[in-house]
Design a protein around this ligand. Structure first.
Ligand code: DOR
Length: 391
């Protein structure tokens, strides 16, 4: 495949030659054999996006999303790899269950996937001993959807993860406090986990950071060398004071400003969607979350690049290079010869309007319905194969 007439994120014109799943050459006016030619027509080519935080709801909640529809939604959003959360039914507490999901994702073949495993067994809040037995290919654990309440249990998890080289992903929520003050709940658990991280030296990743206090605590910890990374979501960057149920909640304008400032200062490692599909009925019954795979780039390009002046190469880092590095995906996240041919072509010129009815996800729960954005995903290539085309 030869992608012609594209621009890279820094504005360099480029053709990209893809062969047998890898990027083989990047240059101008490339002519190679008799490839399938895709005319990018002056659009911008980025490395495929990598989502650190995604829910495909398998097993147990396939009526909200399954691996095929989740993969299609990811591909339509320009994603070529996602990291899946374990709050399924049953909870993903074992390597066997994680591998079954990853095998199925490979079979679907539209988007790479890593399945994380829970911190405590079946989210019971206590049992961490089985972490000692996890095989080496399980590198990320999280209790996403809830916090681990007991500091002592969390301390034991940090100690085990340090020995095994596992990264702890933290959904920061003190569940005793969140029913009456979710801001305090996020802040307390963020600070506790940063202290545990500093004490044990274990790698920690803070999920969907949403408050100005939490991002400040993380920034200060990073500045003194604590082994922590963090992500923010597109919805916490776009909305403020919106009554749409999501955990953590949509915050105030000053929280959004603090998150944007932390991005500009280099304290945020990644944008992650927290793609959380729910049926209309579940949503009406109060389930938290929104779908996010298909709107993430448009939201972030419009907010961060167009409104806040962030250079596109920095957004590319947040959506591709750094999340790939956090996941240890050595040949992903950059457009470079020898790297996997995971690519996304975006139209930065023409506005488009989100239409929930046209999403590829099985669910439609999004407050972005009707919002006008720039940065439409036109083509996604994963492992050299076209997984989404809307040229
Ligand atoms: O709003 C949310 N929904 N936040 C989470 O942490 C979990 C997610 C879900 O799984 O629905």
């Amino acid at each position: 495949m030869l992608i012609k007439n594209a621009f890279l994120s820094d504005g360099t014109p480029a053709d990209v030659w893809v062969y047998e799943g890898s990027i083989r050459a990047i240059g101008q006016n490339l002519t190679i054999g008799d490839p399938e030619v895709i005319d990018a027509a002056g659009r911008t080519l980025l490395p495929g996006f990598v989502d650190l935080h995604c829910h495909w709801r398998t097993p147990g909640f396939e009526y909200k999303e399954d691996i095929a529809t989740g993969s299609r939604a990811a591909a339509a959003g320009g994603y070529t790899f996602v990291n899946l959360m374990p709050n399924t039914k049953p909870v993903c507490s074992s390597a066997e269950q994680a591998r079954a999901v990853m095998d199925k994702a490979r079979e679907v073949g539209l988007c790479g996937a890593n399945q994380t495993v829970s911190i405590t067994e079946n989210f019971d809040g206590h049992s961490v001993a089985r972490l000692l037995e996890l095989p080496d290919d399980i590198k990320f654990i999280t209790e996403d959807g809830k916090g681990v309440q007991s500091s002592e249990v969390m301390a034991r998890a940090f100690a085990i993860c340090r020995e095994k080289g596992i990264t702890l992903m933290s959904h920061a929520e003190d569940m005793d406090i969140s029913p009456w003050d979710y801001r305090l709940a996020e802040n307390i658990e963020t600070v506790r986990n940063l202290h545990l991280c500093e004490y044990y030296g274990t790698r920690l990743h803070m999920c969907h950071v949403s408050t100005k206090e939490a991002i400040l605590a993380i920034s200060e910890a990073k500045a003194r060398g604590v082994n922590v990374t963090c992500e923010v979501t597109p919805h916490h960057l776009w909305f403020h004071d919106l009554d749409y149920k999501v955990n953590p909640p949509i915050r105030a304008a000053e929280d959004v400003a603090a998150l944007v400032q932390a991005i500009k200062s280099g304290y945020v490692d990644a944008i992650a969607t927290d793609h959380a599909p729910h049926s209309a009925e579940d949503k009406a019954n109060g389930m938290a979350g929104m779908v996010g795979s298909e709107t993430a780039f448009g939201v972030c390009y419009t907010k961060l690049c167009l409104q806040e002046g962030l250079p596109l190469p920095l957004l590319e880092n947040l959506m591709s290079r750094m999340p790939a590095a956090i996941l240890g995906l050595e040949k992903k996240g950059e457009i470079r010869p020898g790297f996997d041919a995971d690519l996304v072509l975006v139209d930065l010129e023409h506005p488009w309007t989100v239409d929930a009815a046209n999403l590829h996800s099985k669910s439609r729960n999004t407050p972005f319905d009707g919002v006008q954005l720039y940065g439409r995903v036109c083509l996604t290539v994963c492992g050299g194969k076209v997984t989404h085309r809307d040229l």
